[in-house]
Design a protein around this ligand. Structure first.
Ligand code: PMV
Length: 317
């Protein structure tokens, strides 16, 4: 029995969430401390194709669950592999990326599944899956989770590189002048990206010019952050995070709990902090000089964060 394993990392958005849905630039980076892992094993003839995800207690048969996101990822990857009948496969996917926490768990699970299917079918045809194809499929699955995704989540977890992202354009990788550290604190509050994105959309419809101005402001911060990061001046990112958070508050996507964790991070030595992802729950990210990272991490844990990761932002080979 042949077996193939593939993984995909988590991600955080550094700057530009929400505004990115409206065509402004955003920056996101992979978080390799956590990942989704998919293992595909050949099953006995006639067994059909099944997918198991014990973390979410899901057991899906491909033929019986056409609208399930796990099944859609696998089905689209099978179509791409030009396999005409349902293969006899068992797929198991696990993940240590917190669900609904803004770390891209859904996109990572889809990416790991798609990569496993394409790599498994490529062996006999001596061809490696290309990441553009993986990205296209994972984006199609993301649309099931929320109707109007910008595409940033799938792009980062598939390419596993920091990206400068503008909707509708080929994602650009950009230089990290000097690696820096991020402290990522999980508020433990689950948040629905679809619900928050839809609330922002309604508010934008009611007061388009005000919201467009806020999005412009966020886009300008992302531009400045890119230059700052490329120049190796990550110590100046704190202020940009504070400014981005001020604008996110105006979009009404922060919460008392996120604000509390942001204040704890800044009071314990972080240069700046903000929410990351859709908001209302999920994660807070903070930049801190390396000598302050441990203190910031401990303060966030003491303040009740459900989990704290320290991630190095760098370009990966
Ligand atoms: O909550 P997350 O990590 O899935 O991030 C959502 C980011 C948004 O900009 C709010 C939506 C999007 O599609 O880009």
């Amino acid at each position: 029995m042949r077996s193939t394993t593939a993984t995909a990392p988590g991600k955080v958005i550094l700057f530009g969430e929400h505004a990115v849905v409206y065509g402004r630039p955003a920056i996101a980076v992979p978080v390799t401390n956590v990942k989704a892992t998919a293992t595909l094993t050949d099953a006995p003839a006639g067994a059909g194709c099944s997918i198991e995800a014990p973390d979410i207690n899901a057991h899906v048969r491909l033929a019986a669950n056409p609208f399930d996101p796990l099944a859609l990822a696998v089905r689209l990857a099978i179509q791409e592999s030009e396999i005409s009948s349902e293969p006899d496969w068992h797929l198991a996917v696990t993940s240590d990326i917190p669900i609904a926490g803004g770390l891209g768990s859904g996109a990572a699970v889809s990416a790991a599944l798609v990569k496993a299917v394409l790599a498994h079918s490529a062996r006999s045809r001596s061809r490696q899956p290309d990441l553009e194809t993986v990205n296209r499929i994972v984006f199609a699955v993301e649309k099931l989770h929320h109707a109007n995704p910008s595409g940033i989540d799938n792009t980062v977890v598939v390419y596993q590189q920091p990206v400068w992202y503008l909707r509708g354009q080929t994602p650009e990788q950009f230089e990290i002048g000097k690696p820096f550290q991020l402290v990522i604190a999980d508020s433990g509050v689950a948040s629905s990206t679809a619900a928050v994105v839809s609330d922002v959309r309604q508010a934008w419809r009611r007061d388009t010019s005000r919201y467009d101005q806020i999005f412009d402001g966020i886009g300008a911060i992302a531009e400045e952050a890119r230059q700052t990061i490329s120049a190796g001046r990550a110590d100046s990112l704190g202020e940009l995070m504070q400014e981005n958070q001020r604008l996110l508050r105006l979009l009404d996507v922060s919460s008392a709990e996120l604000e509390r964790l942001i204040a704890v991070a800044e009071e314990s030595g972080a240069a700046g902090a903000k929410l990351s992802g859709a908001g209302r729950g999920g994660n807070v990210i903070a930049v801190a000089a390396s000598e302050n990272v441990v203190e910031v991490r401990e303060a966030l844990l003491a303040a009740g964060a459900a989990g704290v990761l320290v991630a190095q932002v760098d370009s990966y080979p």
